[in-house]
Design a protein. Structure first.
Length: 452
């Protein structure tokens, strides 16, 4: 008799749970479709959300099955007790049924994992944030490296972690406002271990896992002497920071904003600085050989005594920059804008300045031997005592330039315009090369050895 009742009730309960489960899966499926169709989410974020949905679905279904089993078993025991009052069933069987009910009370613990190895929870993340404020260096270091592992295991959290570490650096290594003074070489104090660790974690992250158009905020920080060799800091903002003596060996610094930055004696050997901004930056005695600085902007920057040989400055802008005594030998300055720059006593031997804008530039005592100044614009430039021996000045514009005591021996002036030049004498011209398309001031005569 009681078997029929139990079966009927169980069927109703089963149908009820099937309905609930079906509706739940339908709703989650709609959410899944919305995630896949979203254009505002990265692929990695979509994958993360999908995995979370699958986990939720599996959990709900599992809990539904367990609840059904528990309820069915309790109904069975209750029906037996009500209809038979324990007379026709042994106490042993009842104990077994009650034991069965107890076994149904299973506790389920669900944790979300991205990798299958490291479990990531909100508690882990917030615990690390709290540890960043610890009084002990060891605790802060542990938090920094744990956050790095969380970022690796959960790419969707990476940008939040990067911003957190950047804020940690800004808070604990702020740049101090100091009076401007001439460069004085000083011994650098070692950077705090936790600050270096935070920088290292940020520098070696996978930027492809981050949202587009995000800018890393490292403004107004003091990280003198930091080692960021091989760092990937593309598009970062270092405005107003002190980076004196920092090492950026072979680093990717494309599009980085170094406006107003103190980079004295910094090392950027073979670094990628394409389109970087150095507005009013101090790069005095900086080392940038073989660096890629194409289309970089050095407006009013200080590059005095900087080592820049073999660097690529194609189409770079140096307007009113200070390049006095800089080493630019064999550098590529093709189509660079050096208008009104101070380039006194700089080494430009073998440099490529084809089509460069040197209007009003001060090139006093510069070494330009074997350099290429073809089609360069030297309008009213100061070339006093400069060495242009064997220099290519084909079709260069030297109108109004000051050539007092300038060495132009064996310089090729073919097609060059030297009209209105100042302090150029016949002896200088006789030592140069040219042709009938070379424009000379009225008081000078083309040498007979010039090609026709």
């Amino acid at each position: 008799m009681f078997h029929a009742n139990i079966t009927t009730d169980a069927a109703k309960i089963k149908s009820f749970w099937q309905l609930i489960t079906g509706l739940f899966i339908f709703i989650l499926s709609l959410i899944l479709l919305l995630i896949l169709d979203s254009n505002s989410l990265l692929l990695e974020q979509k994958i993360e959300y999908i995995i979370q949905l699958i986990t939720v679905i599996a959990t709900v279904i599992g809990l539904g099955i367990i609840a059904y089993n528990v309820h069915y078993t309790r109904m069975l025991v209750k029906e037996v007790q009500n209809n038979h009052n324990g007379s026709n069933i042994s106490s042993t069987k009842l104990l077994l049924l009650e034991k069965l009910i107890g076994n149904q009370d299973i506790q389920i613990e669900v944790s979300y994992t991205d990798s299958g190895d490291a479990q990531i929870t909100s508690e882990d993340f917030y615990s690390c944030i709290e540890q960043l404020g610890s009084d002990t260096t060891e605790a802060r270091l542990g938090a920094i490296y744990t956050l790095e592992q969380i970022a690796k295991d959960s790419p969707g959290k990476q940008w939040t972690i990067v911003e957190t570490l950047a804020a940690f650096i800004r808070e604990n290594a702020p740049a101090l406002i100091d009076d401007e003074s001439d460069y004085v070489e000083e011994e650098l104090v070692a950077l705090p271990t936790d600050i270096q660790a935070a920088l290292t974690v940020i520098a070696r992250r996978n930027i492809n896992q981050e949202p587009a158009n995000q800018k890393l905020d490292l403004r107004y920080i003091d990280i003198k002497g930091a080692d960021l060799s091989g760092a990937n800091l593309q598009g970062a903002d270092f405005t107003g920071s002190c980076l004196r003596g920092c090492v950026f060996l072979e680093a990717n610094l494309e599009g980085v904003d170094f406006s107003g930055v103190d980079m004295q004696s910094s090392v950027l050997y073979e670094a990628n600085l394409q389109e970087a901004l150095f507005y009013e930056a101090d790069l005095q005695s900086a080392i940038l050989p073989k660096a890629n600085l194409s289309k970089a902007v050095f407006y009013q920057a200080n590059l005095r005594l900087a080592t820049l040989y073999d660097a690529d400055f194609t189409e770079a802008v140096f307007y009113e920059a200070n390049l006095e005594n800089a080493n630019l030998s064999d550098a590529n300055l093709k189509y660079a804008n050096l208008e009104s720059c101070n380039i006194r006593s700089a080494n430009l031997i073998g440099a490529n300045l084809q089509g460069a804008n040197l209007i009003g530039a001060n090139l006093h005592s510069c070494s330009l031997s074997t350099a290429c100044l073809q089609e360069a614009i030297l309008f009213e430039a100061i070339l006093t005592k400069a060495n242009l021996c064997n220099t290519n000045l084909i079709h260069a514009n030297l109108v109004g330039a000051n050539l007092t005591a300038t060495n132009i021996q064996d310089a090729d002036l073919s097609g060059a315009d030297l009209s209105r030049v100042e302090n150029l004498d016949q002896q200088q011209i006789d030592l140069a090369m040219g042709n009938n398309s070379t424009t000379l001031p009225d008081y000078l005569t083309a040498p007979t050895h010039w090609s026709q």
